[in-house]
Write a protein that binds this ligand. Structure first.
Ligand SMILES: [Zn+2]
Ligand SMILES: [Zn+2]
Length: 206
């Protein structure tokens, strides 16, 4: 099967969607193609890693700090605490050749309306510590974190059909159910607004 060149390692830095709005020494934060809402961000490690579960405790501590800072920034700028999710690719899993496997965490300024129902539907398990994602590195997984910093995981094995679940859920809840597919609906207007607003702030999160 054809292997695609990682768009996060080899992306054109001049494209608006690749604008780094925040950064630390090892991570960058940028908007995303398929920017369903203004303020939608992604955290990416500078080095190519399949999932955040591969990071050690020190690195996860840095990620945790970035998430906490971004939650605060998004709340201040948009009046809503974002929810967080990652679909991680495990070491034993069949890689999805047509999917991006450069680790990235989605940060979406939106509150899931029927969270309890959603968590039950997905069969997500509550975890007490962010460091518990280290245990997931063998399999594909979902990580979800809500406004109250409650954390949940779900082992996805080969459930490729679920990968876009959270984006579909958000699209449904904001009334654009048919526009969740980022390859077709990029929402450049939201990307531009996000970049314009957040680029005024201090880029450096270290
Ligand atoms: Zn990459
Ligand atoms: Zn993603």
């Amino acid at each position: 099967m054809k292997k695609i060149k990682c768009p996060f390692c080899y992306g054109d830095e001049n494209k608006i969607e690749n604008t780094v709005v925040f950064k630390t020494k090892d991570f960058k934060v940028k908007p995303t193609l398929g920017e369903l809402t203004e303020g939608y961000l992604m955290i990416l490690p500078n080095k190519h890693v399949d999932a955040f579960s591969f990071f050690d405790k020190d690195e996860l501590t840095k990620v945790r700090q970035i998430i906490d800072k971004l939650k605060k920034i998004i709340y201040e700028e948009y009046g809503v605490v974002p929810f967080i999710y990652e679909h991680g690719t495990g070491s034993k899993s069949n890689k999805f050749p047509d999917s991006i496997t450069h680790a990235h965490i989605h940060i979406i300024p939106h509150q899931i309306k029927n969270e309890k129902e959603m968590l039950e539907y997905l069969g997500m398990e509550k975890i007490d510590s962010f460091y518990d994602i280290e245990k997931l590195k063998d399999e594909n997984y979902f990580y979800y974190e809500n406004q109250k910093n409650e954390m949940y995981v779900k082992n996805l094995y080969d459930r490729k059909d679920l990968r876009q679940f959270f984006r579909i859920q958000v699209a449904k809840e904001i009334g654009i159910e048919d526009k969740w597919q980022w390859r077709e609906h990029k929402f450049f207007d939201n990307i531009e607004k996000t970049v314009k607003k957040l680029s005024k702030l201090n880029k450096d999160l270290d």
